[in-house]
Design a protein around this ligand. Structure first.
Ligand SMILES: NC(=O)c1ccc[n+]([C@@H]2O[C@H](COP(=O)([O-])OP(=O)(O)OC[C@H]3O[C@@H](n4cnc5c(N)ncnc54)[C@H](O)[C@@H]3O)[C@@H](O)[C@H]2O)c1
Ligand SMILES: O=C(O)[C@H]1O[C@H](OP(=O)(O)OP(=O)(O)OC[C@H]2O[C@@H](n3ccc(=O)[nH]c3=O)[C@H](O)[C@@H]2O)[C@H](O)[C@@H](O)[C@@H]1O
Length: 386
């Protein structure tokens, strides 16, 4: 920890970070690395602490005193401003961010991603505090290429699908496709933060994650989350594999995604935290353009990797098709393809992702198997007995 320097060779002074949403998937990984590798202090704000419990207890942990948990719902708690004032930097991760909610709970989604973020932006701006705000790659919506004829050769031209922070348009579906409630709320809060920077001098960085995955993402339905809940794809497919049932492909699983290992992505956030002069005023894509697959290919690879790490026989029928209406309900729509342009993050922070899709699935599914296999087996035998 001693002698830590930034990318320009300047010493990094210990700072206090107010992290809102610290108890979630990304927050837990950020807190873990901040505690073990830096001298910084974290004021961890969330309504849940399960995913960071191992960092808070016992009090004999080496970083005791450098992380404080504040059980606060930012919707209605006057303590928030005080915590932001105490900190040098605020990192805002709090959000509803599971697609199953966007079309079924659009009001909660819009409130969570826009209205509830407003006071955070306001307190940072009024108190002259730096803000790193988590947006999403979903602000790009669909690619321009998605509107070309199926057989158009232009579909192969990166100009029609690579997503660039300073050039690509944001293309959402019609209002009745409530899937876009999340992306639209995130886009508006990005615009507000940008405007606070332009008009009032707010020092900000906006992060657009592209499908970060790894241990502790979401929940396994009926084990550490509601049995009827629908998490993001990694946890949905993990749940299917743990139960030895086929993985459900929504509308054939033709959509494409680039997946990045959480540990690679966290390194990019660290560079932003510790290099304000290079990160302020920027919007950054954080993804791995080399890990592109269709959802169907992801399912097949996960089935293969899971069989390897669990020692279980591979599923005879690894996948089954399901319509989006049946799976997510009315108003679902999808992003067709997500390749991040890495020019800006490369230029500003010199960061590149490292881990291949196979490797990140191997370590993540090893964790899923170790953490959940026994509990799922017990839950399944109870259901059979009843
Ligand atoms: N994981 C990804 O790949 C990904 C991709 C794109 C964008 N993001 C964005 O990154 C952020 C974090 O995502 P994540 O994957 O860690 O999600 P997550 O759901 O695991 O974490 C969000 C955390 O925020 C907390 N929270 C929500 N509302 C709150 C409130 N009112 N008060 C206090 N705490 C509240 C939740 O309890 C949760 O612990 C979100 O803003 C999300 O939109 C994530
Ligand atoms: O992670 C991101 O970068 C962003 O994108 C995600 O959106 P999406 O990728 O569509 O959500 P997933 O649940 O990860 O689904 C990926 C794809 O798998 C499909 N899917 C999902 C679950 C399933 O069981 N089967 C299945 O085919 C979905 O229809 C979608 O096409 C979420 O909106 C956010 O967490 C985030 O902002």
């Amino acid at each position: 920890m001693a002698g830590r320097v930034d990318l320009d060779g300047n010493p990094i002074n210990p700072m206090t970070i107010c992290m809102i949403g610290a108890g979630g998937f990304i927050g837990s990984h950020l807190c873990e690395k901040l505690m073990s590798e830096t001298p910084h202090t974290v004021l961890a704000v969330d309504v849940y602490s399960d995913k960071i419990k191992h960092l808070l207890e016992p009090t004999s942990l080496p970083w005791n005193g450098r992380i404080q948990f504040h059980r606060i719902n930012i919707k209605n708690d006057s303590r928030l401003e005080g915590l932001i004032k105490m900190a040098d930097l605020t990192v805002n991760l709090a959000a509803i961010c599971t697609p199953a909610d966007y079309n079924t709970r659009p009001l909660d989604t819009i409130y969570s991603n826009f209205i509830d973020a407003l006071p955070v932006v306001k307190y940072c701006s009024e108190n002259g505090k730096r803000l790193i705000h988590f947006s999403t790659c979903e602000v790009y919506g669909k690619t321009i290429g998605a509107f070309l004829p199926e057989d158009s050769p232009l579909r192969q031209d990166p100009a029609y699908f690579v997503l660039s922070e300073d050039a690509s348009p944001c293309i959402f579906g019609p209002i009745e496709k409530q899937r876009w409630s999340y992306a639209c709320a995130k886009q508006l809060i990005e615009r507000l933060i940008y405007a606070e920077g332009a008009e009032n001098g707010l020092e900000f960085t906006i992060v657009r994650p592209f499908n970060w995955i790894g241990p502790r993402m979401d929940f396994i339905p009926g084990i550490d989350g509601p049995s009827e809940g629908v998490p993001r794809v990694l946890a949905c497919f993990s749940n299917n594999l743990l139960r030895h049932e086929p993985l459900k492909l929504v509308d054939g699983g033709h959509s494409q995604r680039t997946f990045i290992y959480i540990k690679d992505a966290i390194e990019a956030v660290f560079l932003m935290i510790e290099n304000p002069a290079r990160a302020n005023g920027h919007i950054f894509n954080v993804g791995n353009p080399n890990n592109e697959v269709t959802v169907k290919q992801l399912a097949e690879m996960m089935a293969q990797v899971y069989s390897k790490v669990s020692g279980e026989t591979p599923l005879e029928t690894p996948t089954v098709d399901v319509s989006s209406k049946e799976f997510y309900g009315e108003g679902y729509d999808d992003s067709d393809k997500r390749i991040p342009d890495m020019t800006i993050i490369n230029r500003q922070l010199g960061w590149n992702p490292k881990t291949s899709l196979w490797d990140l699935l191997e370590s993540t599914l090893t964790y899923q198997h170790r953490t959940y296999a026994e509990a799922v087996k017990q839950a399944m035998s109870k259901t059979t007995a009843n």
